[in-house]
Design a protein around this ligand. Structure first.
Ligand SMILES: Nc1ncnc2c1ncn2[C@@H]1O[C@H](COP(=O)(O)OP(=O)(O)O)[C@@H](O)[C@H]1O
Ligand SMILES: [Mg+2]
Length: 415
């Protein structure tokens, strides 16, 4: 019988609040998990940035990574650690780097999901480069943007093919507006996408392993109020569709942690933005949903570390395409993708693991989230984001949201 220590690394940038809560709660829980004849204990450490030899070992078993999409030093360290040291990372760094919105749309269209019709157009302006002139003179066709607009209908959305964070997103109401928006789009390579507008409901689904939180979302609200508080607002069949959609996307791309936006119109959930493998995790946007995020991250990280879940370096799309190529109706295909994804994320084993080994976690998190350390974590994040004269007000507002969550989740109940 061996006593093993598993190390969970947090690879962080601007994150402040959730890592503090994560570290403190794991420390207080101090789990000792027996799997077979081994007993596992857990350390949580922050991953630092420094020169590294490609052949030096790695002390982490699991890393929750928040940098890969923009910080190449950490991304390349992670790739090395996956290839050479068997690291498990949220999320697959190759997939984060290369699977842009465009790829995610194509792949999910191929699976038959109701992604709105989308065109990709060459950019309005270019960075000078050696072969640019010859390439464009020979091959770039003059085109009438109005034809694409007429094909898609209005309103449509013009947005970068690899976008995130609402940068460069335009709602366009007519052909004149389309041409104006294109003229201003500069060097962005843009998608034009049929608008699901108006819609009946906007839901953002956050997935962490097999755990999915479905949150009603209001894109017109100020940043701190976009995630709405209401819960249990979905019928069971809608929740099933959104769970299957989210887990299918996440399993397909090797993202353990991702968020997926879907708009409901005429009874159909249309996914519109689901290549978000570094989702919002801050109390300042998640407020009442923040405890769910922290608890779910802890559960998944401990499960992965304790069970030695193997990281899948290579994505395997064939089983999804085999289902796509049958002549079953789409709802049946989606259920079949969902079942593949549930198997990928080991849902049943994960739930049994949490029941057996982490039954004290909700109560410990509940207690912690009412205490001074958690209050200070909220204040730190608010201080980093808000002007000084608003720090007090917004700290108390987000703190109150967490206390509302506590009031609605008696100690020990599920997040
Ligand atoms: N096809 C669409 N139909 C309706 N609204 C859309 C569509 N595409 C984008 N939007 C709106 O624009 C916002 C930003 O677009 P999105 O694709 O989510 O880009 P980002 O990756 O920058 O978040 C969405 O949250 C939604 O409000
Ligand atoms: Mg979005």
């Amino acid at each position: 019988m061996a006593k093993l220590t598993k190390t969970i690394g947090l690879s962080l940038g601007a994150d402040l609040c959730w890592p503090i809560c994560f570290e403190d709660i794991v420390r207080e829980l101090n789990p000792e998990i027996r799997i077979g004849s081994d007993t596992h204990r857990f350390d949580v450490e922050r991953v630092t940035i420094e020169p590294f030899s490609l052949q030096q070992g790695v002390k982490y078993d699991v890393v929750i990574d928040r940098l890969t999409h923009w910080y190449s030093t950490s991304r390349e360290w992670i790739k090395k650690a996956v290839l050479m040291d068997g690291l498990y990372v949220l999320n697959n760094p190759w997939s984060v780097q290369s699977m842009e919105k465009q790829t995610s749309y194509c792949a999910m269209m191929r699976l038959g999901m109701p992604i709105p019709a989308t065109w990709l157009v060459p950019p309005k302006e270019y960075e000078e480069s050696a072969d640019l002139k010859e390439t464009l003179e020979r091959y770039a066709q003059l085109f009438d943007l109005g034809e694409a607009g007429a094909d898609l209908g209005y309103p449509l959305f013009m947005k970068p093919y690899d976008g995130g964070g609402w940068v460069g997103v335009n709602k366009v109401d007519d052909e004149e507006g389309l041409k104006k928006a294109y003229d201003k789009s500069g060097k962005f390579v843009m998608h034009l996408q049929a608008g699901i507008d108006p819609y009946e409901r906007f839901v953002r689904c956050v997935g962490i392993g097999p755990q999915v939180r479905m949150i009603s979302y209001d894109p017109s609200a100020p940043l701190h109020a976009r995630y709405e508080e209401k819960q249990d607002f979905l019928r069971a069949d809608d929740a099933r569709v959104l769970r299957d959609t989210t887990l299918t996307i996440n399993a397909f791309f090797g993202w353990d942690f991702n968020s997926c936006e879907s708009l409901l119109r005429d009874g159909v959930w249309n996914p519109i933005d689901f290549a978000n493998p570094c989702p919002d995790s801050q109390v300042t946007s998640l407020h009442v949903h923040f405890p769910w995020l922290v608890i779910s991250q802890i559960r998944w990280a401990l499960f992965v570390a304790a069970t030695g879940r193997r990281f899948k370096q290579n994505l395997d799309w064939q089983p999804f395409f085999e289902i796509a190529d049958t002549d079953r109706p789409f709802p049946e295909k989606l259920r079949a993708y969902g079942d593949l994804a549930e198997r990928h994320f080991e849902t049943e084993r994960f739930e049994a693991f949490c029941d057996e080994h982490l039954s004290e976690l909700p109560a410990i998190a509940w207690e912690y989230l009412g205490g001074d350390r958690a209050h200070d974590a909220v204040r730190q994040k608010v201080t980093a984001l808000y002007p000084e004269h608003e720090v007090e007000e917004f700290t108390e507002r987000f703190w109150q949201s967490i206390q509302d969550w506590r009031a609605n989740h008696p100690a020990g109940s599920h997040a």
